[in-house]
Write a protein that binds this ligand. Structure first.
Ligand SMILES: [Zn+2]
Length: 148
């Protein structure tokens, strides 16, 4: 088991030191060097559909696990309270399944967002069409009155 030190930064530094988990709140991103020592930089965007970071005042936890599928080393580990907890490597089949689930999660998330954004539009059209209808009704009534 290995331990990481977290470091809150405004900007992601040019030089990423091994053993440090850099967390940038303004950029909503965390970055660290792969814990296997291969030297690859692992970028984990922080968002409801990417990684969620928990800071308890002393240490940080990243959710879900870090699976560096795009890296040669295929490392897979959890960062729990600054501790690196190794997990067995994903098989190719598992990677595909997790990636698929990931995409579906994102689609659901954006679908939900769209639905929320579309709702006020529907309300607006109802509000604008209603007075027009009344006006034409009134105009028709006035016209009808003068036509008599
Ligand atoms: Zn690695």
């Amino acid at each position: 088991m290995k331990t990481l030190n977290h470091k809150f930064v405004d900007k992601i530094p040019e030089e990423i030191e091994e053993g440090i988990l850099y967390v940038s709140i303004p950029y909503e991103t965390a970055i660290h060097k792969c814990c296997c020592g291969c030297g690859s930089e692992v970028v984990t965007p922080i968002s409801p559909t990417d990684w969620i970071i928990t800071f308890d005042g002393e240490s940080v936890t990243l959710d879900p696990s870090i699976g560096s599928w795009s890296l040669e080393c295929r490392s897979h580990y959890f960062i729990r309270k600054n501790k690196v907890v190794w997990s067995s490597s994903y098989s190719q089949e598992e990677i595909k399944r997790v990636r698929k689930r990931d995409t579906e999660d994102k689609q659901d998330y954006f679908k939900d967002r769209q639905e929320v954004e579309e709702q006020p539009l529907i309300v607006n059209t109802e509000k604008t069409t209603e007075p027009i209808k009344r006006e034409t009704g009134f105009l028709a009534w006035v016209k009808n009155l003068f036509n008599k």
